[in-house]
Design a protein around this ligand. Structure first.
Ligand code: HEC
Length: 156
């Protein structure tokens, strides 16, 4: 009820158009602070829409995996760290997945960028297995940089 009253009073205070104009000016201010509007010059991955949906789902899974690796490292559970990192290592299945997407998009670079991520995950797993938490943490940072190297080059 309280929320309803608040929403109703806001609606009286500001018409829809005025609220939108206020939002736009805030947005404009935010964009100027970030250096102003610039075109997105990344290369579009030219793949069918359902494949884009799949790619994004896979990406969110990867992001979740990084969170799990971080949690395992924070808990100093290096065995678990190695297990999770291996799950995104460079296996024949992963190579196949990356190659398929790369071929579908007609961009060989996608395969190279993908491989760098998965091989770094293997390195992280090896260091965790060897009990070297510091090196594993450094690998995690490098792994994230590898993720973003592709984001800087390509978009969906
Ligand atoms: C070979 C290229 C490539 C690699 C490697 C890669 N990504 Fe992505 N990812 C993309 C592209 C392309 C997009 C879409 C970006 C856009 O359109 O702005 C994306 C989008 C995402 C998104 C947004 C998903 C959504 O629902 O919109 C997340 C999260 C993400 N990636 C996480 C990761 C993580 C974490 C890694 C590393 C473990 C990673 N990505 C590695 C290409 C890649």
């Amino acid at each position: 009820m309280k929320r309803f009253l608040l929403a109703a009073s806001c609606a009286f205070a500001m018409s829809g158009a005025a609220a939108q104009a206020a939002d736009m000016s805030k947005m404009h201010e935010m964009m100027m602070k970030m250096g102003g509007p610039t075109p997105d010059e990344r290369v579009e991955m030219n793949i069918p829409a359902p494949m884009k949906v799949m790619q994004k789902r896979m990406m969110r899974q990867h992001f979740d995996t990084l969170s799990e690796i971080t949690a395992a490292l924070a808990a100093n559970d290096l065995k678990k760290t190695a297990e999770i990192a291996s799950s995104i290592g460079w296996t024949p299945e992963e190579a196949n997945r990356c190659a398929t997407i790369s071929e579908a998009a007609g961009q060989k670079e996608l395969l190279t960028l993908g491989m760098a991520v998965h091989k770094k995950a293997d390195e992280l797993a090896d260091n965790a297995r060897a009990g070297n938490r510091d090196k594993a943490l450094a690998n995690l940072s490098e792994l994230m940089k590898n993720c973003n190297a592709c984001h800087e080059r390509f978009r969906l």
